[in-house]
Design a protein around this ligand. Structure first.
Ligand SMILES: Cc1cc2nc3c(=O)[nH]c(=O)nc-3n(C[C@H](O)[C@H](O)[C@H](O)COP(=O)(O)OP(=O)(O)OC[C@H]3O[C@@H](n4cnc5c(N)ncnc54)[C@H](O)[C@@H]3O)c2cc1C
Length: 408
């Protein structure tokens, strides 16, 4: 069968969570968009292939509401009402309670499958968005009045702007000559879901252990998502254990405050590193999500950052389209980079610093961080600031993150 070449305003390469959210934001505002993903849609709808849960900040929730997906997401979401940060054998701990700043929860835990299904279903319903999958983009050929994407199957797509939403190993980023700065943490995140006897009451726990943070994140029902940071040389040993032996190791770190534990489903191992692209833009190309930056999961902020990238870029594209300006022009791209660089850099520095502070066993540092946590807990305005930050509340935010639509 002869394959037809295609043309569009915006081509999004990568239909992961960030690429899909951007596609919906543009599609809702009537911007002609094509989303290409290398995976079959059925594979992407199979949440079991990830086993991951996401802590969704308040701003991301508002964006999902505006994109018309929050209702579907909320059906599987668990509100986070409190966060308790503790250190083993330390009497000091930091306590965040949503009631300290209002009625809203501090965030929501959402399983990957729930989020993906909600986003991809909404994307498929938009008339101005076409999804092509499975299909792999081989390379981009940018020019002064547009960009052509060559697909591995021989097709070509021309667009005014291409967006690399192709994840942390982004091929498009390297091809555009954008340098990557990367540092491995020597840590691996072991991720799984457990069932427990007693209710979690919407409380998320972060225990700081010598190998790194051990997070217990509340899911619907008596279940929790575990993100267990382990030394990179120890993690394979844990992953090779039988389910029973693995659960003995997990239970020792988890504690017994929620009664008996049961492993639900598979376990996954993610090597951890921080990386960032030296630029978020190139000729007719913008990077969003993990293609631009990948951070330590210590504060559960990677996807939230990616959503803020998508919100900022969509806002600029829609404004340019309405003003009949070139949506892939250098001024639009420069504005996007300016809008996102500071927030991304701050979040990267914060998560990197937190992990360094807590993933070691040095005596004086131990005391300092114990005092630090206790002090932050007592200094009310500082704590409030931390919480507002975690909830993505603030004035200098993209419109979608403030819950405002782009098409009205
Ligand atoms: C252990 C762990 C826990 C985490 N917990 C949280 C959390 O609680 N909260 C949070 O906000 N974040 C969290 N994160 C971060 C979050 O998972 C990522 O930031 C997010 O999934 C990135 O989404 P993305 O769409 O940018 O990239 P991806 O999800 O990697 O999507 C990239 C897509 O591009 C496609 N693709 C790639 N190359 C091509 C090509 N050449 N052609 C076509 N398609 C292509 C792929 O098939 C894929 O669908 C966590 C991360 C880890 C490792």
């Amino acid at each position: 069968m002869a394959r037809k070449d295609l043309a569009t305003d915006v081509l999004i390469v990568g239909g992961g969570l960030v690429g899909a959210a951007l596609g919906i934001a543009l599609g809702q505002a009537g911007v002609d968009t094509i989303v290409v993903d290398r995976d079959d849609i059925r594979v992407r709808l199979d949440g079991r292939s990830e086993g991951r849960g996401f802590a969704i900040a308040y701003g991301s929730r508002r964006m999902l509401e505006t994109l018309g997906v929050w209702r579907a997401v909320a059906r599987g979401a668990e509100p986070i009402l409190e966060i308790r940060v503790s250190e083993r054998a330390s009497p000091f701990f930091l306590h965040y309670d949503h009631r300290d700043i209002g009625d809203e929860p501090l965030g929501h835990m959402v399983e990957a499958g729930t989020m993906r299904t909600a986003l991809l279903t909404r994307l498929a319903a938009l008339a101005s968005v076409r999804t092509i999958a499975p299909a792999r983009v081989e390379r981009l050929e940018p020019g002064s009045d547009g960009v052509t994407a060559r697909l591995v199957d021989g097709r070509a797509i021309t667009a005014n702007l291409a967006v690399a939403a192709d994840g942390r190993t982004s091929r498009l980023r390297g091809q555009a000559g954008i340098r990557l700065t990367r540092r491995a943490y020597g840590q691996t995140a072991i991720v799984c879901t457990v069932g427990h006897e007693l209710p979690h009451d919407g409380i998320a726990h972060e225990h700081f252990l010598p190998a790194g943070p051990f997070a217990i994140l509340p899911l619907r029902g008596n279940r929790a998502s575990i993100v267990w940071t382990e030394r990179a040389d120890v993690a394979p040993v844990m992953m090779a254990l039988s389910d029973d032996d693995f659960m003995d190791e997990l239970a020792w770190r988890f504690g017994d405050f929620l009664g008996g534990l049961e492993l639900l489903g598979r376990r996954f191992a993610h090597p951890l590193f921080v990386q960032y692209a030296d630029r978020m833009i190139a000729e007719r190309l913008a990077l969003v999500g993990d293609a631009a930056h990948a951070i330590h999961p210590i504060a559960g902020q990677g996807l939230n950052m990616g959503f803020r990238d998508a919100a900022a870029l969509a806002e600029l594209i829609v404004a340019a389209k309405w003003a009949r300006r070139d949506i892939g022009g250098a001024d639009v791209l420069a504005s996007y980079q300016r809008a996102r660089r500071f927030d991304d850099a701050m979040m990267m520095a914060a998560t990197d610093g937190l992990n360094r502070l807590f993933s070691n066993d040095i005596g004086p540092l131990k005391l300092a961080r114990g005092l630090g946590l206790a002090a932050v807990n007592r200094i009310w305005p500082l704590k409030r600031l931390f919480m507002r930050q975690a909830m993505a509340a603030g004035v200098d935010l993209p419109r979608l993150i403030r819950g405002e639509s782009l098409h009205g």
